[in-house]
Design a protein around this ligand. Structure first.
Ligand SMILES: [Zn+2]
Length: 283
């Protein structure tokens, strides 16, 4: 890629041109915005439209896409961690690597944490330590799973310019479905920038829609929880940089029936409301 200001060749992972220091944009967003990526996504979407038309559900597909344009980024974390961030002006949500480096997290001895660095090396060459993962959601509930039961909806104004979208759980995409080897490349057509997230969602979910699907089912089509990562369905959001408490617009908490988290939550939710954060509970 060439710098728009000085014409110099810039590396994939930079956010500033190393020659003239001009802002060249977030690397994950640039990677999603190449002619090759956009062209292949257009092709997938055209195929999805043809298929939906043949099945008599073209208008449902359009209506699903329109709905996804109002979707938000949801990042899920444990309640204790969210509480620390909200109660401090200086705490930030950081990437997996920054947490491990900073000593606030130990990598788990599971195949996902072990595979993460090599997958991130393919997806985010030399900048994986900057990426926070979220899910695209229509109802404020993200994937949760091992991330935690507290779902944070982030303000669009805080994340739209630095977020890119990916078809699904990138670990499963790379390791199980496409078997991308170390140093390989992600096939084009599975990434999108924020403003065209509807196109990625329509290309992906066309087979899940039919003429009987009503709009109240759209949130559950976009995000499906699962007992195991293999069973979870979601569009993965890659957010460049860190997240400050002022970026949090709403919190949905999967409320336990008892235990210490319930007591913490009951006092914490009042603090959230006081900060102007919308709060909801799900069983
Ligand atoms: Zn330059």
């Amino acid at each position: 890629m060439k710098c728009n200001s000085c014409g110099g060749e810039v590396a994939e992972h930079e956010i500033r041109c190393h020659i003239c220091m001009s802002d060249i944009g977030f690397p994950n967003v640039r990677a999603a915005n190449t002619p090759e990526e956009k062209g292949e996504l257009d092709r997938r979407l055209a195929d999805a439209m043809t298929s939906a038309k043949a099945r008599g559900c073209e208008s449902i597909l359009h209506s699903f896409g329109a709905s996804v344009l109002s979707s938000a980024v949801v990042v899920s974390r444990a309640l204790g961690l969210v509480k620390n961030i909200v109660e401090s002006e200086n705490q930030l949500i950081t990437s997996f690597y920054r947490q491990v480096d900073g000593g606030s997290r130990l990598p788990e001895d599971n195949r996902f944490d072990r595979a993460r660095p090599s997958v991130d090396g393919v997806l985010f060459p030399y900048y994986g330590d900057q990426i926070i993962f979220g899910a695209l959601s229509l109802d404020g509930v993200g994937v949760g799973g091992s991330y935690g039961a507290c779902h944070l909806t982030l303000r669009e104004s805080a994340v739209a310019n630095r977020s890119s979208l990916f078809e699904e759980n990138s670990l499963l995409f790379c390791t199980m479905k496409h078997r991308i080897i170390l140093g390989g490349r992600i096939p084009p057509g599975y990434r999108a920038t924020w403003n065209v997230r509807d196109r990625l969602a329509m290309a992906k979910h066309q087979p899940d829609l039919d003429a009987t699907v009503t709009p109240d089912k759209f949130p559950g089509i976009l995000v499906r929880q699962g007992a195991k990562p293999e069973n979870e369905v979601f569009i993965e959001v890659h957010i460049y940089g860190r997240i400050h408490r002022d970026a949090i617009e709403a919190v949905v908490f999967r409320k336990p029936t008892k235990g210490p988290d319930l007591a913490i939550w009951n006092s914490f939710k009042k603090a959230l409301v006081k900060r102007g954060v919308r709060v909801a509970e799900v069983p």
